[in-house]
Design a protein around this ligand. Structure first.
Ligand code: DGJ
Length: 534
């Protein structure tokens, strides 16, 4: 969708790097949009991010030996790694990228792409990852103050010095990434982490109060189709929260834009969520972040942020589904920026794909011995990762095809709901009937398992042809609107596998294997299903 000259310039640049370094330069990753759908392109091809995010303090060389075995165990194609401001600029103006160098080289050796998380001014709302010359200097880098004038554990987004310092560090980071990574091992960058403030709706400093009493910026009004007015006049009870969201998002936008001017990688932010079904007042969640109610404010403020990804630590299927719906918008590519690493979360990869997700990223994936239970699993070992690994192993060989089909609007997928009820997927002339807890033979449902763990994926390859796969699920097909006397039948059900993007025939399923529907277990199996009628 970029102009042809842009594409030629990119290719010429890549060739230049290739000649200069002898390294195989790749086209830069980019997020493209068409018809309200999105595709992440890596190496010039569609890419589905099957990621794993390490624990918060695993961004040191000493920890990497406990990281790589976990990446292998889960079979991710992308590792998600924090890069902390305190780590790269321990003394003001003196940068140290030794960990980044070591990490990117090692990621390549492990055949992984990488996403970097910029832990700067905000990490879960706080300045914990800023260098001590920032976090200890409240005069130069002031904090949000509450109504009573008490400083909060969160930096003010209105301080020019904080923005200037964060932006300078981020630019240095991106300059370094560009210099060491012509191969584009790094495919995306998250700017800040769960930006916002806990325990206080906005900054109540004198400067903030003055701005708050002033007019809402024109850019925001235009985006929201509002006439002139103050924050209170235009947003009522939401005024404080939206004011804070605007200021944080503008800060993040300026950091991201400066970084992108150096290295135009896709950049995104992650969101600490509010309850998607019963949201309370702003003080009950992180205020100023891209919560679902503030997405319009963030979109208007931060055009260089390619997407806003939810961090989903809600294991129940009703809330999980609602979050996927809220962040899957024509103006926002869905990327599950974090999710729990406990078994019930694994199946939501299918739910996310059903919402055209460009990727999925369970959190806390390393063998350093830390676990974030109750958000995630009690123990993180190969057995914990097995449900995720099963799905990643199933989908990885066809990840590019799936990303392409998703972009074309041909991918359908569902995760098992908590109550195990059956689901129906509309597929034009056909419909798929998805059931859980079935035996492979017959129709007597088994007793319900302790943890719902099923998911199905169906991609339309032709009018009567489908790619079908899943885990712990039965899929059947019927005609959506049969004419009298018209009945559905399988013309052919072929099991195969994808290798190097090509479909390899294995066998035809028939008899018991199709009589009761197409049953997927914990064995990775992929089918091409040709339907017909009689
Ligand atoms: C969400 C944050 O983004 C993560 O870095 C981490 O702190 C988890 N919460 C909790 O483990």
């Amino acid at each position: 969708m970029r102009h042809a000259w842009g594409i030629l310039a990119r290719r010429a640049l890549a060739l230049g790097v290739l000649l200069a370094t002898g390294v195989h330069a790749q086209p830069a990753p980019r997020l493209i949009r068409a018809h309200g759908r999105y595709e992440l392109e890596v190496g010039g091809k569609p890419y589905l991010v099957l990621a794993a995010q390490v624990n918060n303090s695993s961004n040191y060389g000493a920890m990497l030996p406990q990281v790589w075995p976990a990446m292998r165990a889960i079979d991710a194609n992308t590792i998600v790694m924090p890069i902390a401001w305190e780590q790269i600029e321990p003394r003001e103006g003196h940068f140290d990228f030794s960990f980044l160098d070591q990490f990117v080289r090692a990621a390549r050796r492990h055949h992984l792409h990488a996403i970097l998380l910029w832990f700067g001014t905000w990490k879960n709302g706080g300045p914990g990852y800023t260098p001590d010359w920032v976090k200890l200097d409240n005069r130069q880098f002031p904090r949000v103050v509450n109504r009573q004038g008490r400083p909060m554990p969160s930096l003010s987004p209105l301080a020019h010095a904080t923005l200037a310092a964060d932006r300078r560090a981020f630019v240095a980071l991106m300059r370094h990434v560009k210099a060491i990574d012509p191969q584009h091992t790094v495919i995306m960058v998250q700017v800040e982490n769960e930006a916002g403030t806990y325990g206080c709706v906005r900054d109540y400093s004198a400067r903030a109060d003055r701005l708050f009493d002033g007019p809402v910026p024109v850019r925001l009004r235009r985006a929201l189709h509002l006439g002139p007015g103050t924050w209170r006049e235009l947003f009522g009870a939401k005024a404080g929260e939206f004011f804070h969201a605007w200021n944080i998002a503008r800060f993040v936008e300026k950091v991201a834009a400066a970084g992108q001017a150096i290295d135009p990688l896709p950049m995104y932010v992650n969101a600490a969520l509010r309850d998607p079904l019963h949201p309370g007042p702003p003080v009950t969640y992180e205020s100023g972040g891209p919560t679902d109610d503030a997405l319009g404010v963030w979109k208007a403020a931060a055009p260089d942020i390619g997407l806003i990804g939810p961090d989903i630590y809600m294991p129940d299927s009703a809330r999980y589904r609602r979050v996927l719906q809220l962040y899957h918008r024509p103006d926002n590519a869905l990327f599950v920026a974090e999710t729990g690493n406990a078994a019930p979360y694994a199946r939501y990869l299918f739910g996310a794909l059903g919402h055209q997700a460009i990727g999925f990223d369970p959190f806390g994936i390393d063998f350093t011995g830390y676990t974030n239970y109750p958000l995630g699993a009690h123990v993180v070992d190969a057995a914990t990762l097995a449900p995720f690994a099963l799905e990643y192993r199933l989908l990885r060989p066809m990840q590019s095809l799936l990303a392409r089909l998703s972009f074309a609007g041909r991918l359908h997928a569902v995760a098992e709901p908590d109550d195990g009820r059956a689901q129906t997927l509309a597929l034009g002339r056909w419909q798929a009937n998805v059931t859980y807890d079935m035996p492979m033979f017959g129709t007597t449902a088994r007793t319900h398992r302790a943890v719902p763990d099923g998911g199905a994926l169906i991609a339309q390859l032709g009018p009567n042809e489908f790619l079908v796969t899943g885990v712990h699920v039965r899929v059947g097909f019927s005609l959506a609107h049969p004419r009298p006397g018209e009945y559905a039948q399988y013309a052919r059900v072929v099991q195969g596998r994808y290798a190097d993007g090509r479909w390899r025939f294995m066998r035809i399923w028939n008899g018991d294997q199709t009589d009761w529907g197409l049953n997927f277990t914990s064995i990775p199996q992929v089918l091409h299903v040709h339907l017909g009628t009689y």
